[in-house]
Design a protein around this ligand. Structure first.
Ligand code: PGA
Length: 253
């Protein structure tokens, strides 16, 4: 629990790792190691693991998320999975606009915006990723990049719908690189995100949207990063694949 009374959130992003039997084993290790007063835990697992993990999670406090979804609920979209399908099997969250989706699969703010709106309408809570590249940071345009992304990604999303939305700030250069953001830079970008949300929806709504940090979080650096007032938790990739490491983060947050 934070000073503000908000519950902290830690999302584990397993990316393309763990087949169903391994996923079930990792889920059980995590679930049995959680302390009673820990933060809210959301595990975002590969599509093929969702049913297994959602069934295991049904009797626990752990929430389950996908790592992507389509922007239509049905139709001729070979290889895609819709928000309605996810909802149907007990999935309640979905990561959208992750930098790896943008880098390897050409996803844009426009397609992600469509997904965000449909995910909310289909009963899912989107975890919407924003973040600057190293070039943008070096050029000093991080603030502009983040506020434009927020505007584009939330275009058409109404204020009451923000109750079911999480923002994840993930500098592209920090994801999977082992290079973490400086404390002061994170404080600054969080303020930019709150100000962007506030200019669109007003300060009260803006203050209630959870903002997570993601990018090379581990059990050594998370306390410094996640103890910032404006940060409501973390999006953890690599460190979420090892139960002992992930539990150190969630049980102390
Ligand atoms: P990382 O990944 O913790 O391995 O940097 C974070 C993410 O991609 O969400």
């Amino acid at each position: 629990m934070k000073k503000s009374g908000k519950t902290r959130i830690i999302v584990g992003n397993w990316k393309m790792n763990k087949a169903p039997a391994e996923a079930a084993a990792l889920f059980s290790e995590i679930s049995s190691g959680l302390t009673a007063d820990c933060c809210r835990v959301i595990l975002c697992v590969p599509f093929v693991d969702l049913l297994t993990v959602a069934n295991l999670a049904a009797d626990t406090e752990i929430c389950v998320g996908a790592q992507n979804c389509h922007f239509d609920n049905e139709g001729a979209y070979t290889g895609e999975i819709s928000p309605a399908m996810l909802n149907n099997i007990g999935v309640n969250h979905v990561i959208l606009g992750h930098s790896e989706r943008r880098k390897y699969f050409g996803e844009t703010d426009e397609t992600t915006n469509k997904k965000v709106k449909l995910a909310i309408a289909s009963g899912l809570t989107p975890i919407v990723c924003v973040g600057e590249t190293l070039l943008e940071r070096d050029l000093g345009v991080t603030d502009e990049k983040i506020s434009i992304q927020i505007k584009k990604l939330l275009n058409g999303v109404l204020a009451p719908q923000l109750e079911n939305l999480i923002i994840a700030y993930e500098p592209v250069w920090a994801v999977g690189s082992g290079r973490c953001i400086d404390h002061a830079d994170l404080v600054h970008v969080c303020k930019v995100i709150r100000a962007s949300l506030s200019s669109l929806y007003g300060i009260k709504v803006a203050n209630n949207v959870p903002i997570l940090y993601g990018g090379s979080i581990n059990s050594q650096n998370f306390t410094d990063l996640l103890n910032i007032d404006d940060i409501d938790g973390g999006l953890v990739g690599g460190a979420s694949l090892v139960a002992e490491e992930f539990l150190k983060i969630v049980n102390c947050t």
